[in-house]
Design a protein around this ligand. Structure first.
Ligand SMILES: Cc1ncc(C[n+]2csc(CCOP(=O)(O)OP(=O)(O)O)c2C)c(N)n1
Ligand code: SF4
Length: 253
């Protein structure tokens, strides 16, 4: 796996959950043809994964990783296109892109490093920050309820929807592997503790449990997704022609 690590200085804070996501991604692609994989990132702490991993990669603009990934996939449908994006990147700045990609069922994999804040720019609240979150733009605590990304993605049309917890590397690697193999829009919310601004390790270690999915029934999947506890696993999976199948009239009767 070390062949996949570039020799460069790593500037993530010691203890950051992104280290685990990095390990899980390397594990997931280890036995795949690297020349067929492209990693696209947004801008933020999560995006530095492109600096550290030895595969084809492209830094998008903040909030614009997903349209770049869609373009790469349409240009060369033989590629496996993976997006590493942040909760701020894709559920604030670029929220319309992720909804439309799910609706179109683009055959790409989106991994959201969900640390519940805009970390690189020093702790502003995002759409997934919990109510009461105290950050640099909400010093008295956010008064808004957060988005549930799993619920939003299932409702928007994603055909593979999962959640992982960063320190559970093998579990997450298995989800990423399956997401890449899935023909359609694959979404993974990774619970990624941010040691600097929102250290959730202790809370998640208590609440996270493994769910044995998936289901192809939206209502069942939504029931799981809206529980207050924190299940991880593949919640929803459905076979359906992807955008690229329809575009290229492949596998479509
Ligand atoms: C269009 C645009 N808006 C704002 C910024 C400033 N900016 C850079 S990184 C960042 C925060 C990223 O937060 P998130 O996507 O959640 O990633 P994290 O740093 O938490 O991994 C922001 C707001 C930018 N670079 N470009
Ligand atoms: S600020 Fe948070 S997300 Fe960014 S590197 Fe540090 S711990 Fe990780």
């Amino acid at each position: 796996m070390d062949k996949l690590t570039l020799k460069t200085t790593n500037t993530w804070c010691p203890g950051c959950g992104n280290f685990f996501v990095f390990e899980a991604l390397k594990k997931a692609i280890f036995n795949k043809k690297k020349e067929n994989i492209v990693l696209v990132t947004g801008i933020g702490c999560h995006a530095k994964i492109a600096d550290y991993i030895n595969i084809n990669s492209f830094y998008g603009l903040h909030g614009r990783a997903i349209p770049v990934a869609q373009g790469i996939k349409a240009g060369n449908p033989n590629l496996s296109v993976i997006c590493s994006s942040g909760d701020g990147d894709s559920f604030n700045e670029g929220i319309s892109h992720i909804i439309h990609a799910a609706k179109r069922n683009n055959n790409i994999t989106v991994i959201i490093h969900d640390n519940h804040n805009f970390a690189l720019t020093v702790k502003q609240f995002t759409s997934t920050s919990p109510k009461g979150f105290k950050g640099s733009s909400t010093p008295f605590g956010s008064i808004e309820d957060p988005i549930n990304p799993i619920e939003l993605m299932i409702a928007s049309g994603a055909t593979f929807v999962a959640r992982g917890y960063a320190p559970k590397v093998d579990h997450l690697a298995n989800i990423i592997d399956k997401a890449i193999e899935h023909n359609g829009f694959s979404f993974i919310q990774v619970l990624q503790p941010c040691i600097a601004w929102f250290n959730t390790y202790a809370d998640y270690n208590k609440r996270v449990y493994e769910y044995n999915g998936p289901t192809s029934d939206k209502r069942n999947a939504l029931d799981i997704a809206t529980k207050d506890e924190l299940p991880i696993g593949i919640f929803y999976k459905k076979n359906k022609p992807s955008f690229e199948d329809l575009l290229l009239k492949k596998n479509v009767k």
